[in-house]
Design a protein around this ligand. Structure first.
Ligand code: AMP
Length: 398
């Protein structure tokens, strides 16, 4: 996939109507509408401001949750709209329908320097089906399509890919930033390139491990997925998370790493408990002494030390997935240690690939010390895997 895409800076937007696909799918309280994390809204502000400052009229598009074509009040974009209004300091009217008479009327009346937000696109079933008629009708509202919803780039929906068949299509500034940092880190990394993978499921990370084995100098594995690798090595894991269907795959990856000279690091010790709970009694275990009745919840101190050392020597670090059950503060030490070690690497390129690891970094208060924190969870994983992202591939090349 070509990462060198035309952006809003490469075209004339003055006096034009822009269909701007954003990602306002922010975590929020379904009852009160209170937004827990506004990163996705904040990170698309530069694009909105650029377009308004350059004389464009902006029609904002987004999805929220998974209503599957049903109108669901708790998945309305109202709270995102209210928040955006505060951040932008201008009125942000919102449509009462999706491509109905209200959308058409409000978009037709829109003037340069003004914005309007269309209600949750997924209230219409045609959005996720990438229905061509729906996409054409959406496109008819504007002159240019701008894609800035990196978190939705791996989906081929009407508002992420479909509209590009009917309008000139370019990247927004957030997407440009994501492509610059992540694309460059993979294509021409400052070495050594250290990739850190964690989280619960091996199956989600199969493609990523495979593709990173070709590029990385060191691959660090932690979190729930590490126990499947331990079993592949013949080690004990007690009642820890095991993906029995992928033990052979893990064995293959270990062999492939050896063959390619990639340093594959697995935990040498873990913190384990009898129950999966926040206040369960923790004990220190090793792969050789893993009690049959305990499950691994976090990295142990020796592992934290060796993983931190590997990060210290890196030119580029890419991280995706927590190192333990970090939602329980007692078992967040491994995840926090990785975040801290990366934050100290001010001379290295440090990239966090969205999702849980991004929220762990935000919580640590050290996010400013990272080169880039991706706004896309699934999208950034697919990007790291080297897959074609439909929302990006459809944009004009430079
Ligand atoms: P993923 O969605 O695959 O990135 O996984 C994220 C989830 O993995 C988080 O909710 C973590 O709590 C969970 N996780 C990480 N380490 C473990 C572990 N050792 N046992 C169970 N779950 C884990």
């Amino acid at each position: 996939m070509n990462y060198d895409k035309k952006t809003i800076r490469d075209i004339d937007v003055a006096g034009k109507k822009i269909l701007l696909r954003c990602d306002f799918n922010v975590p929020h309280d379904k009852a009160t509408g209170v937004i827990h994390d506004d990163t996705r809204i904040v990170s698309t502000l530069p694009t909105i401001r650029y377009l308004l400052d350059h004389g464009a009229a902006v029609i904002l598009l987004s999805h929220m949750g998974r209503p599957h074509g049903q109108w669901k009040k708790e998945l309305s974009l109202f709270s995102a709209r209210d928040h955006l209004e505060k951040l932008l300091g201008i009125p942000v009217p919102m449509t009462q329908d999706v491509l109905g008479p209200d959308t058409k009327e409000k978009c037709a009346a829109l003037q340069p320097g003004q914005v309007v937000l269309v209600e949750n696109l997924r209230f219409r079933i045609e959005e996720e089906k990438n229905d061509p008629d729906f996409a054409r009708e959406l496109a008819s509202l504007a002159d240019i399509f701008v894609f800035d919803a990196f978190g939705a780039a791996h989906r081929a929906h009407a508002s992420t890919e479909g509209v590009s068949h009917y309008l000139p299509s370019v990247a927004g500034l957030l997407v440009e930033k994501e492509l610059n940092f992540m694309g460059k880190a993979l294509e021409d990394p400052k070495r050594p390139l250290v990739a850190i993978l964690g989280g619960a499921k091996v199956s989600d990370k199969i493609g990523v491990i495979n593709s990173l084995l070709q590029k990385a100098d060191t691959i660090i594995i932690g979190g729930g997925m590490s126990y499947t690798f331990q079993v592949a090595l013949g080690n004990q894991i007690g009642t820890s998370l095991l993906d029995a269907d992928h033990v052979d795959y893990a064995r293959e990856m270990i062999a492939k790493a050896k063959e390619l000279g990639v340093n594959l690091l697995l935990p040498q010790d873990n913190i384990a408990t009898k129950e999966f709970s926040a206040d369960a009694e923790p004990v220190l275990v090793t792969p050789a002494t893993f009690p049959a009745d305990r499950m691994g919840m976090d990295l142990g101190p020796k592992t934290i030390e060796s993983y931190s050392q590997a990060i210290q020597g890196a030119g580029t670090v890419i991280w995706n997935g927590p190192m333990g059950v970090f939602e329980f503060p007692a078992f967040a030490k491994g995840t926090n240690a990785v975040a801290a070690a990366m934050a100290q690497q001010t001379d290295a390129i440090t990239i966090v690939g969205g999702g849980d690891s991004a929220s762990a970094v935000e919580k640590s208060g050290q996010s400013a010390k990272f080169t880039h924190i991706s706004t896309g969870g699934g999208a950034s994983l697919e990007f790291l895997e080297g897959l074609v992202l439909p929302g990006i591939a459809c944009l004009a090349d430079k």
